[in-house]
Design a protein around this ligand. Structure first.
Ligand SMILES: *Cc1c(COP(=O)(O)O)cnc(C)c1O
Length: 427
């Protein structure tokens, strides 16, 4: 190992506390020097294909020149400003562009700086919506195994709280229902109706069609529509967490576009600003907004972050929406979908491979092997891919690929090939 690499690793270990990491169980972390398009380059001169677009953010590839130019131009003009009391052109332009691609019922945008705060604001909107209208409703509804972020409200709504035991007694009250699979739809509706009768349910938060952090779990669209319908009939605010699914990953602009019933609130982040600058957005329908629009100052939404509506993030988001809508990217999405489908057919024939699934650019399956979410076998799997020059992050025994839209066909096929080698080795 180069001296420089070693020094970086040592200094890191001395000074830095990393996310989702038990440092006692982790050796030195790999320093990455640069990234370009679908590749990451470490300080040793090795490169890795970024098979998950760095947690589904860098969907147009790393350091995309168009996004660099947009952000560079913007930073020479206006870098940061207080967004309470001022507005600016990048935010206004972004509002126009975003509202054009969002489902029609979404009419207002609230800016944040990450996915957790985007869902946190969605939850607060739903709770305060009822409170502003003098209704005593404060229970949330969510799916088992959902993930909505790591701030307290978002974490409460997340069903993946196995590592969050220390906070459980501070959680918001959340009732959970199973994911519909087509066979249990009616049972879930009965369960839901019972919950509605017994609790003051304010809002339902869900990742539409795909639960990301749970391991790219797909579920039944018709069942979700039945749940949304029941919620709407009972005045429950529907909050779609599109932080993972948004901006083209499921083959449509938003996963909600696959459904006939639209949410009242949508939460976005990750690919929104293309992995260049952090940004989140919570959008809502006019009905939600009107419940806050009043003569009483306290009926407003008193939530704000210092970097809300940051002009650089707006510029990155504008450039990224432009790219998303381009023919070239749309064609690439179709190409990736096809390559994934072809590969899925191959996977289905493999022994010890289960639940092969694809949607848009997402491909996932499980190895039929016991594996803890962050256990040692899972870590071996991770290292196996890295040694072959492919960056994937298996979630327990779930292996998924969510490549950037710009990935070259041969690099996606390289990922597929390494996956086949992995199946051979680990099953
Ligand atoms: C990543 C994610 C979040 C949290 O976003 P952060 O920017 O990491 O805070 C929330 N919901 C979903 C569905 C996500 O995938």
């Amino acid at each position: 190992m180069k001296k420089r690499t070693l020094a970086l690793m040592q200094e890191d270990k001395k000074n830095i506390w990393h996310p989702l990491t038990q440092h006692k169980l982790v050796e030195g972390l790999l320093p990455v020097k640069k990234a370009k398009a679908e590749r990451l380059y470490d300080t040793e001169g090795r490169s890795y294909i970024d098979g998950i677009a760095s947690w589904y953010t860098s969907m147009f590839g790393h350091c995309h020149p168009k996004i660099i130019d947009a952000v560079t131009d913007q930073m020479k003009e206006l870098d940061q400003i207080v967004f309470s009391g001022f507005t600016h052109e990048p935010a206004v332009k972004l509002s126009q562009e975003l509202l054009e691609i969002l489902p029609d019922v979404q009419t207002k945008l609230f800016f944040n700086d990450n996915g957790s705060t985007a869902t946190e604001v969605g939850i607060k909107m739903a709770l305060q919506y009822h409170s502003n209208r003098g209704k005593d409703k404060d229970v949330l509804l969510a799916f088992e195994d959902g993930f909505h972020g790591d701030t307290l409200g978002a974490m409460s709504a997340s069903g993946l709280s196995v590592y969050n035991g220390a906070f459980e007694k501070h959680f918001l009250e959340v009732k959970r229902i199973p994911k519909p699979n087509g066979n249990n739809n009616k049972v879930i509706i009965e369960q839901l109706e019972k919950l509605i009768a017994e609790h003051r349910i304010a809002g339902f938060i869900y990742e539409p069609l795909v639960q990301g952090a749970a391991g790219m779990k797909f579920y039944n669209a018709e069942g979700l529509e039945m749940i949304l319908q029941t919620c709407k009939e009972n005045g429950i605010i529907c909050i779609a967490d599109e932080v993972m699914t948004g901006f083209g990953k499921t083959g449509k602009l938003f996963a909600s576009d696959h459904l006939s019933i639209q949410p009242d609130i949508m939460c976005m982040s990750k690919a929104l600003s293309a992995g260049m600058v952090p940004m989140g957005v919570t959008s809502c329908s006019d009905r939600i907004y009107q419940a806050f629009y009043a003569d009483e100052i306290e009926k407003g939404l008193f939530h704000g972050h210092t970097y809300t509506g940051n002009p650089l993030a707006c510029a990155a988001a504008l450039a990224s929406i432009d790219l998303l809508r381009s023919r070239r990217i749309q064609q690439n999405i179709t190409k990736i979908e096809q390559l994934n489908k072809d590969f899925a057919k191959k996977l289905e024939k493999k022994k010890n491979v289960i639940n092969v699934r694809t949607m848009g650019v997402i491909l996932a399956f499980e190895l039929d092997v016991e594996m803890a979410r962050y256990g040692s076998l899972r870590n071996e799997l991770y290292q196996f891919f890295m040694d072959k020059g492919v960056f994937l992050r298996p979630l327990g025994n779930t292996i998924y690929v969510l490549p950037p839209f710009i990935i070259k066909g041969r690099n996606l096929q390289r990922i597929h090939k390494v996956i086949l080698q992995c199946i051979k080795k680990f099953t």
